[in-house]
Design a protein around this ligand. Structure first.
Ligand code: ZN
Length: 409
């Protein structure tokens, strides 16, 4: 059987399960999510796995891989997420789950000194409740009970959504995996960037999931008549913001590996013949090295102060989110490098600019990730595209990676 083609076909089939007739949208707790769990669960069963859905809705298949090692046997957890953003592509998330099931089938007849489980996380994108990683946080034991009171756009609380999905908000602690029994967590994901395509490589190992700072910045000046206020007497908040935006871009270009984005700007009063009084900006800064990210943020804050002082503006800087960088396990990365080199002539290490369930799982076990080339580096878009040939390489690499632990008793 051509397993790579089967993975490809399964991803097509899964990609048709949507809550929206016109595009792919599969949010946490939706009927589409239930149908996706049923379909993927049936594939897990075909691969010989025992299947269950935990209290928050994560789909978990436990393999019956012939294993040795008795009661000290650990579990290698493979997976990714089955929820999507709105108007999504069909590979971001599902690839890592469907590929993992195929890898279990590949390993069926091998005697391994550990068990394999496959997990399809119920919520990574966080579209419905504006809170990411609900599924993996329950598994890692870092779920915040306060999140149960979050509401979706229709006023439904997360607690009620869990119940409606067949779960139990009072039993989320039972989702937790025993860290002493976990060998590690491994996730295959589309790259979401253009590097592998540029290098003409099918797959690449992830070195670390970048740390991130998100801040809200406000420049405040004074509104005035656009026709009568002389240029020398203005306190134009938007002109201050414009100068600052240029500095953000320069800062990121100057520091290798740093990405920085002003994604949103809201101007007040936002009227064509009035000098802008206030400019609200959002800043997003990421780097795999926390020291570089934090230094860049300090420099940018100093730059914003300078811009404000020059134009006689007030400036406020509010950090709204800060996550540290998560390195992948060195041991896993070495194994992964060796597995990749069996199937392609060169290896390009890739930092992940986006967050993943693996970052949450790193709190309880070693993690590693493999990226698969995607066309034009596109993700979170219906035009997401990968090839059967690359899936074939990814499956071979994953299988060899699993087997690399087999020599350990
Ligand atoms: Zn994803």
């Amino acid at each position: 059987m051509d397993r790579a083609q089967q993975i490809f076909d399964r991803l097509d089939e899964l990609g048709r399960i949507s809550e929206d007739a016109h595009c792919l949208t599969r949010q946490y707790g939706s009927d589409a999510m239930r149908r996706a769990n049923n379909l993927v669960g049936s594939w897990m069963k075909q691969a010989g796995m025992d299947v269950r859905v935990d209290a928050i809705g994560n789909l978990i298949g436990t393999s019956a891989v012939p294993s040795t090692g008795g009661s000290s046997r650990k579990t290698l957890l493979l997976g990714s997420h089955l929820d999507t953003v709105k108007n999504a592509g069909k590979y971001d998330g599902p690839l890592g789950v469907v590929l993992a099931i195929a890898a279990v089938e590949q390993c069926k007849d091998k005697s391994l000194p550990f068990d394999i489980s496959v997990i399809g996380f119920a919520d990574e994108e966080g579209v419905r409740f504006q809170s990411t990683y609900l599924g993996s946080r329950a598994v890692a034991g870092s779920f915040d009970e306060k999140d149960l009171q979050r509401t979706d756009a229709n006023g439904v609380t997360l607690a009620n959504a869990i119940k409606h999905f067949g779960g139990d908000p009072n039993k989320l602690s039972e989702c937790r995996f025993d860290r002493t029994k976990l060998l590690g967590y491994f996730e295959v994901h589309i790259e979401q960037g253009p590097v592998l395509e540029q290098k003409n490589q099918a797959v690449g190992p992830v070195t670390a999931i970048a740390g991130q700072t998100r801040a809200k910045i406000k420049f405040e000046g004074k509104a005035g008549h656009a026709g009568t206020t002389p240029m020398s007497m203005r306190r134009d908040a938007l002109c201050g913001a414009a100068g600052f935006i240029q500095m953000v871009e320069s800062c990121a270009r100057y520091n290798a590996g740093l990405v920085a984005t002003i994604g949103q700007i809201v101007c007040e009063p936002n009227v064509s013949n009035v000098i802008p009084a206030i400019a609200h900006l959002t800043l997003d800064v990421r780097h795999r090295d926390d020291k570089i990210r934090l230094r860049a943020c300090d420099e940018l804050q100093a730059a914003a102060k300078k811009v404000a002082a020059l134009r006689n503006l007030a400036m406020s800087w509010q950090v709204v989110q800060e996550t540290t960088s998560v390195p992948c396990s060195t041991e896993f990365s070495i194994r992964l490098h060796q597995a990749i080199l069996k199937h392609q002539s060169d290896v390009t290490d890739l930092p992940s600019g986006a967050g993943h369930d693996a970052a949450v799982m790193s709190k309880i076990c070693p993690i590693a990730m493999l990226f698969v080339r995607c066309k034009d580096g596109l993700s979170h878009h219906p035009d997401e595209s990968i090839t059967v040939e690359d899936v074939r390489v990814a499956l071979a690499v994953l299988t060899d990676f699993i087997h690399s632990f087999g020599i350990r008793k």
